[in-house]
Design a protein around this ligand. Structure first.
Ligand code: CIR
Length: 251
């Protein structure tokens, strides 16, 4: 397993946010948290590739949004957040060394944070960032690879994976009171209590789950389902509306 990541840029304190954090982002602390994330990936055997930093692109550590890798293909996204366009160029180059790549043209928009794969299905959030044309493009490139794309209408949520994430091919976390569990067919759903909703975004690699620190009920839930939990501090990442899956592209 390989992961692409990108370091915290100098401009990180100006990241796009829906609601300004009560306290400003502490950039040095964000760097410590990012380094711990990279170390955790390496410690479980992931080969980490660091993309060149983009110091003027405030949201550039959230590489997940720039591409969707599935079925042996990398679909390079046209992000809905226009201020982020351009981040994807170096991602295309890096992934292109390993995989065939497909492109996306205007008016389509899609962000990887809206795409959640569970087995042979990719759930795609229709959001402020990802539109119907973007999801149609995802379907067009993934259908020949045996992957079904199911559209999920999102309400007031930035990305689909702000409220859910996969733990394995059939198991997922879902924040209570957000999406109807019936959307996800026969998936085994671990319901994250609403007061811990942020912890519904976890990064699972094999049986290890990287989970934000400070969410004890979710930690017990995930451990009880047979996973090894690695808690990570994400306070500064969260202030930038980011979470653990956002910080890497696994391929
Ligand atoms: C943005 O608004 O684009 C960034 N501040 C946060 C992106 C988070 N990415 C993700 O959830 N996949």
């Amino acid at each position: 397993m390989r992961a692409l990541v990108r370091a915290i840029p100098d401009a990180f304190a100006r990241a796009t946010v829906k609601v300004l954090p009560a306290e400003p982002i502490d950039v040095p602390r964000a760097r410590v948290q990012h380094a711990a994330y990279v170390a955790a990936l390496r410690s479980i055997g992931v080969e980490v590739r660091e993309l060149p930093p983009l110091h003027v692109m405030a949201d550039s550590p959230f590489v997940e949004d720039t591409a969707v890798v599935a079925g042996g293909l990398a679909l390079i996204d046209r992000m809905g957040n226009g201020s982020r366009r351009g981040e994807e160029a170096s991602v295309r180059q890096a992934l292109g060394e390993w995989l065939p790549v497909a492109a996306m043209e205007a008016p389509a928009t899609l962000e990887g944070g809206d795409c959640m794969r569970l087995g042979r299905v990719i759930y795609a959030g229709l959001s402020e960032r990802s539109n119907a044309a973007g999801i149609a493009r995802l379907r067009e490139v993934m259908a020949p690879r045996g992957l079904e794309v199911v559209t999920v209408e999102l309400g007031d949520v930035l990305h689909l994976k702000c409220v859910c994430s996969p733990l394995d091919e059939t198991t997922m976390l879902l924040a209570e009171g957000t999406l109807d569990p019936a959307i996800f067919g026969g998936a085994r759903i671990l319901a994250v209590p609403a007061r811990e909703g942020y912890a519904s975004n976890a990064l699972a690699i094999g049986r290890t789950v990287l989970l934000p620190a400070g969410f004890p009920e979710t930690r017990r839930l995930v451990a009880g389902a047979g996973f090894d939990v690695v808690p990570l501090d994400t306070t500064e990442i969260r202030k930038a509306d980011g979470a653990l899956t956002c910080l890497s592209i696994l391929f």
